[in-house]
Design a protein around this ligand. Structure first.
Ligand SMILES: [Zn+2]
Length: 295
């Protein structure tokens, strides 16, 4: 399905008018928006098509019989906040998709972000919104520096921001621990009727921008685990949105394994020696909001 640029009004559900106007001024030009974020003459159009493609995927899932979709978009989106571009991201595709799903009738949207960087932009946009759960597993310390276990959401939405930072070198087993001990129980409790995976593949063992050690089998396991979470009786829609990934072989093999996992293929990554200390501190931060984590 081809992407179509969304209307200005549609993007205003996610981004501020000032941000959209500032971005518009870069259309057809090239330069640096900040130290990490540059644009080429086609970047603004690509970002609009990425956001529009993500919205179209939601529309297709909400109105059609398919229950799974993948938005293969560039540039990535999860660092873009309501008000600014950053970290290679111009518009927040996952957040645009979540807002579209809500508009189309989804009651509870969960965004699982396994990109190796924390999705500060997505967290920012849904910080105080209890209808959208944002859950991230990311390397720490690393850009952008947010995603502490103590960041759990605003006063109306405490517990619906979930952060599990992991140390550099974390492998398939460490990610599996984070999912089994934190993300999967919370998802089962939250019962999303629309699940968005911010699918970055820069936690790949091959990636040059981070230091994680996730193999394709690891990604496949994570994807299958998300597919198997029981989230109540209403049929759930699942949509993957591409985020980062800076080694093309790592990106391809990890994405492929994820798609197989999401459709039921079984993966059996090696267990970990990781003691899970950071996972334990995430559990302590979140257990007053999620009784499923108490033990
Ligand atoms: Zn990333």
């Amino acid at each position: 399905m081809a992407a179509v640029a969304p209307s200005f009004e549609a993007l205003l559900r996610t981004h501020s008018e000032e941000h959209l106007a500032r971005l518009e001024a870069w259309r057809g030009r090239q330069g640096n928006l900040d130290a990490d974020t540059f644009v080429a003459p086609g970047s603004v159009e690509a970002a609009h098509l990425g956001a529009g493609g993500s919205m179209a995927m939601v529309d297709e899932l909400m109105s059609g019989s398919a229950d799974f979709g993948l938005a293969l978009v560039r540039p990535p989106g999860h660092h873009a906040t309501r008000d600014r571009s950053m970290g290679f991201c111009l518009l927040n595709n996952a957040a645009v998709a979540a807002n579209q799903a809500r508009l189309r009738g989804a009651k509870r949207v969960a965004i699982v972000d396994w990109d190796v960087h924390h999705g500060n932009g997505t967290q920012d946009i849904f910080w105080d919104d209890p209808s959208v759960l944002y859950a991230s597993v990311h390397q720490a310390p690393l850009f952008p520096g947010t995603g502490l276990v103590t960041e759990v959401g605003g006063p109306h939405a405490e517990g619906t921001t979930v952060n599990v930072p992991l140390e550099a070198g974390s492998d398939d087993g460490a990610y599996r621990n984070a999912f089994e001990r934190v993300l999967l129980p919370i998802l089962a409790d939250f019962r999303p009727d629309f699940l968005i995976v911010s699918a970055g593949f820069d936690a790949s063992y091959r990636d040059p921008l981070a230091q994680m050690a996730v193999t394709p089998a690891g990604f496949g396991w994570l994807a299958r685990a998300l597919d198997e979470v029981h989230t109540g009786d209403s049929p759930r829609k699942t949509m993957y949105v591409l985020e980062g990934g800076y080694d093309l072989v790592g990106l391809e093999e990890s994405l492929l394994a994820s798609l197989h996992g999401a459709r039921g293929a079984r993966f059996d990554p090696a267990p970990s020696n990781d003691p899970g200390l950071m996972i334990g501190s995430a559990v302590r931060s979140l257990k007053s909001h999620w009784s499923c984590l108490e033990r």
